[in-house]
Design a protein around this ligand. Structure first.
Ligand code: SF4
Ligand code: SF4
Ligand code: SF4
Length: 260
């Protein structure tokens, strides 16, 4: 029997699912080996039993958490797909600000009273706390990045189908950056999070003349004290450093307290 595979989306831009659909040629081959039983981007069916569930997006509301628990209960293997599912991503920055202040910053104070007295809107603001998937249910595998890397997705699916143990080496982005002989962002006078970030993206941003902002998450063995010191020596203030670490990683690198 073919493994039953499903895709689910929560709070995200659906770019990771789009990246899956964009693997067209290889994906069509994969379709021969798996049965897609749920995938809102491409079909309307739902399934009771799932072998591999891919979860895209952060979990923002209690009803989302309930839906996620239900998916977990129906799934043998659960994979967090992309930075939103793995870290909360940029939307998790809302966790550092009180809801009323957050609302005011975005919409100004003029509408605050109207919205705060309208339960349709205010309950959403007041009760939203952005969480990664692993904060709610057990995650078996992670596909990192914003968006996730198509080659890693295909490798993981092939390994799971064949019963092999998927390999996810914990190398920093710098390893791939050096292999491709890209010019280091620090040599260009910029700063970079590549030293403390999980590789696997082929250092694509540096190859495009930019820097790494850490969308694949914090490496477990990262030397944060040294990295902070380096950013500081390159002229970044404590606030700048905090904002850089918070961009994708929601303060993971700082071990920051978020509001409950
Ligand atoms: S990780 Fe990035 S590409 Fe994927 S859903 Fe989130 S915002 Fe979109
Ligand atoms: S540009 Fe960034 S990822 Fe590349 S070597 Fe320099 S610090 Fe590392
Ligand atoms: S270089 Fe950094 S920001 Fe760019 S894709 Fe890789 S991990 Fe993400």
């Amino acid at each position: 029997m073919k493994p039953r595979v499903a895709f689910f989306d929560f709070a995200g831009c659906e770019g990771c699912q789009l990246a899956v659909l964009n693997c067209e040629e290889v994906f069509l081959d994969l379709l021969e080996q798996v049965e897609i039983v749920e995938f809102r981007e491409a079909m309307s069916e739902t399934a009771h039993r799932i072998d591999i569930a891919f979860i895209e997006g952060s979990i923002n509301r209690e009803e989302d958490a309930q839906r996620l628990r239900d998916i977990r209960a129906r799934s043998r293997i659960l994979v967090a797909l992309g930075a939103c599912a793995n870290m909360g991503n940029v939307q998790a920055r809302a966790n550092f600000t009180a809801p009323a202040e957050h609302f005011k910053r975005i919409y100004g104070s003029a509408d605050r009273d109207r919205v705060q007295t309208d339960p349709r809107f205010w309950s959403l603001w007041a009760h939203t706390r952005v969480r990664a998937v692993h904060e709610i249910v057990a995650v078996d595998y992670r596909l990192r990045g914003c968006p996730m890397v198509a080659e890693e997705f295909l490798q993981l699916v092939k390994a799971l189908i064949s019963g092999a143990q998927p390999r996810q080496p914990a190398n920093p982005v710098c390893v791939e950056c050096r292999l491709h002989e890209f010019e280091c962002a620090f040599d260009r006078g910029d700063t970079c999070l590549g030293q403390i970030t999980w590789g696997g993206c082929a250092a694509v941003c540096i190859g495009q003349g930019y820097r790494c902002d850490g969308c694949r998450g914090l490496l477990p063995q990262a030397n944060l004290a040294a990295h902070r010191q380096l950013l500081s020596e390159r002229g970044l203030s404590d606030t700048d450093i905090r904002n850089r670490y918070r961009l994708f990683g929601s303060g993971e690198a700082l071990g920051e307290e978020q509001r409950p």
